[in-house]
Design a protein around this ligand. Sequence first.
Ligand SMILES: Cc1cc2nc3c(=O)[nH]c(=O)nc-3n(C[C@H](O)[C@H](O)[C@H](O)COP(=O)(O)OP(=O)(O)OC[C@H]3O[C@@H](n4cnc5c(N)ncnc54)[C@H](O)[C@@H]3O)c2cc1C
Length: 304
Amino acid sequence: MKLINNLIIQIIPFLPKFFVRIVASPYIAGISNNEMLKNVQKLNDKGYKVAIDILGEHVETENEASEVTNRYISIYDEITKRNLSANISIKLTHIGQDLGIHIVRNNLTRLIQAAEKNNNFLRLDMENVPYTSETIKLYKEMFEDYDQIGIVIQAYLHRSLDDIKSLSNEKFNVRICKGIYVEDPELVFNDYNDIRQNFIQLVKEAINNGSYVGIATHDEFLIDNLYAWLLQNNIPKDQFEFQVLHGVPMKKKLKKLMNEGNTVRVYLPFGDNWYDYSVRRLKENPKMAGYIIKNLFLSIFRIK
Ligand SMILES: Cc1cc2nc3c(=O)[nH]c(=O)nc-3n(C[C@H](O)[C@H](O)[C@H](O)COP(=O)(O)OP(=O)(O)OC[C@H]3O[C@@H](n4cnc5c(N)ncnc54)[C@H](O)[C@@H]3O)c2cc1C
């Protein structure tokens, strides 16, 4: 499978754009705000909450960073206007983290003010290791002014347990995921099972410290294992939620979780940067190519 994944990665840049779009389409909620908002409504109607993400990262000018921030601010207003059950999840490099701390801090402050005005929540996605410490630092700064802000901790990083221990308290809201970037092998758990075990430990540590946890995974072993632990320990259902990426097949698992009174949130990326995002993601993580081919086969043969 590794060989096939790598082969796909080599040929992806030479495939016609429309083909890449078809392959990537299950993951992306359209290009325009309107398309995205309709998808949020559809998901809400089915009982899901949503985390909205404008595709893109690493902007190169202050102007771009400011425009992305403005676009997010207008989305907060739309969420309120349409009474949608959705929050926003951003990448700090999309609002200027590469351009200097004062630029990203300024845009982040504007976003926090918009979240507060709309009584909504802001999540900071976690990017690769060069950004980890600064993301945590900015999170802490913003938390002083408005506590409806959350962060992401990646289970593949060795440092994450210390981060969770130092950050978690009753007001801490954390998404725990495995981590998508290709990192220096010294900094991460390289074994699949070690990542799983760390994921479990991180969730338990945060929950035991009273924090709110977004369990962000499609790994049924993790979902089942953690859900059993949460139930056994009578953890209130308003202390955790399950999170998935839009378009990832989960059979009937999510419906079942919702029927049992749990919150399930769908991470919904959209926007005109879909191509770069799809190609970059494929290159960064060969595993994604395998998922996409699998999905393509499923849709061709209409297998559910
Ligand atoms: C809501 C959410 C937010 C995230 N935010 C971040 C973030 O801020 N920073 C970060 O580094 N990472 C983020 N991720 C990505 C995450 O780190 C993982 O890379 C990704 O979720 C795949 O890991 P997994 O836990 O699903 O386990 P895996 O072991 O990779 O997957 C478990 C099973 O799920 C299926 N699957 C997983 N992903 C896909 C897919 N894309 N398409 C089709 N099938 C799939 C496969 O069948 C696989 O066997 C986020 C993930 C989610 C769900």
